[in-house]
Write a protein that binds this ligand. Structure first.
Ligand code: F6P
Length: 363
């Protein structure tokens, strides 16, 4: 059944912020208004929902925010929401605000939360829910890209370009750690784009001994006889559980004898990778996924995530955008679990490519 004009549409951002979230919220508001809905923001994700913090959104403020990172709505990782009491409270707030539909913008935990709200009863009938994938980690299934990944990748590449300059000036080896939780996608794609010598990702699963050998081999190629290379760049995904300072220590013990005078330095990029103005791609991705989601909700769809077509996505594009697929949330969550445990086709494809890239970077 189509959503009635004047229906209330709630929107929230949840989990780790991702550049492009604001652009997605802006599109929810603009498309929602165009279709005749009242769009309301929930502050600070599911935490704000539990506290009934619902407000009108200022379009002009969102227009400004769409050019910036973070999220104007605020975000949080709520532990209480996952409990039975939290769920009950959330359903009460949804009913009290008479939401006809709720759009959740976030990662795996956030979409799990959206799916859990299914069946919530409101004065408008049963709540409709939709998710938009947003996480710099790119660890969600049923979308080739999540909102924020492209910006984060560009940020890492820019940081590496800067590090290259100083590394080469001093003839140094740099170990650069990037975010990504348990997913090596960001480290690997940024590493290839930046021209790193070694990229360490959790999917390939190397132990500390193998990692040290790999770094030393890269140093040998750079600083050994017949080479005029003056720097080595190693990108390590935070998902690789060997501590970066431990890698440095072990490398230095051997390198100090082999290449005296060549220093090894560490840069942990941390939250620098998550902030910053979204790229044009992330702004458009957020806007197009939001546009499709609002239109699908209006047409009566529920319990889906709007994802971006591309490698690994076999579903048919939706009626609203040839680059957007709508997948049931249950399927998204199950496939994401398979991706993270290494069982899905996409996980195996990524692992194989990562292994193939390693000797190519070595040249
Ligand atoms: O999921 C996004 C992410 O930035 C991960 O890459 C990282 O491991 C985590 O969030 C950090 O979370 P927090 O900001 O809560 O420390």
């Amino acid at each position: 059944m189509k959503l009635r004009s004047g229906s209330k549409l709630g929107v929230l951002t949840s989990g780790g912020d991702a550049p492009g979230m604001n652009a997605a919220v802006r599109a929810v508001l603009r498309v929602g208004l165009e279709l005749g809905f009242e769009v309301l923001a929930v502050e600070d994700g599911f935490s704000g929902l539990l506290e009934g913090r619902v407000k009108r959104i200022d379009l002009r403020a969102l227009d400004e925010a769409a050019r910036r990172g973070g999220t104007l709505l605020g975000t949080a990782r709520s532990k209480i929401f996952a409990t039975p009491e939290g769920q009950k409270k959330a359903r009460e707030v949804i009913a009290a605000n008479a939401f006809a539909a709720l759009i959740v913008i976030g990662g795996n935990g956030s979409l799990t939360g959206a799916h859990a709200l299914l069946g919530a009863e409101t004065p408008q009938g049963t709540l409709r829910v939709a998710g938009l994938p947003a996480s710099i980690d790119n660890d969600l299934a049923c979308t080739s890209m999540s909102i924020g990944v492209d910006t984060a990748m560009n940020t890492v590449v820019e940081a590496c370009d800067r590090i290259f300059d100083t590394a080469a000036a001093h003839k140094r080896t740099f170990l650069v750690e990037v975010m990504g939780r348990d997913c090596g996608y960001l480290a690997m794609t940024a590493g290839v784009a930046a021209g790193a010598d070694v990229v360490l990702v959790p999917e390939v699963g190397k132990g500390e001994g193998e990692i040290v050998e790999q770094v030393l081999a890269a140093m040998d190629r750079a600083y050994g006889k017949g080479s005029d290379k003056h720097r080595v760049l190693v990108i390590k995904s935070e998902g690789v559980k060997v501590d970066i300072t431990r890698i440095k220590e072990l490398v230095e013990v051997r390198a100090s004898k082999l290449y005296p005078g060549v220093d090894t330095r560490i840069t942990v990029l941390g939250h620098v990778v998550r902030g910053g103005a979204p790229t044009a791609f992330d702004r458009l991705l957020g806007a197009r996924l939001a546009n499709a989601a609002v239109r699908a909700l209006a047409d009566g769809e529920t319990d889906f995530m709007a994802g971006w077509v591309g490698p690994g996505i076999v579903a048919k594009a939706c009626a609203y955008d040839p680059y957007v697929v709508l997948s049931p949330l249950a399927e998204v969550l199950a496939e994401t679990a398979n991706l993270m445990s290494g069982e899905s086709m996409l996980a195996q494809w990524r692992k194989r490519i990562y292994q193939e890239v390693e000797p190519i970077l070595r040249r």
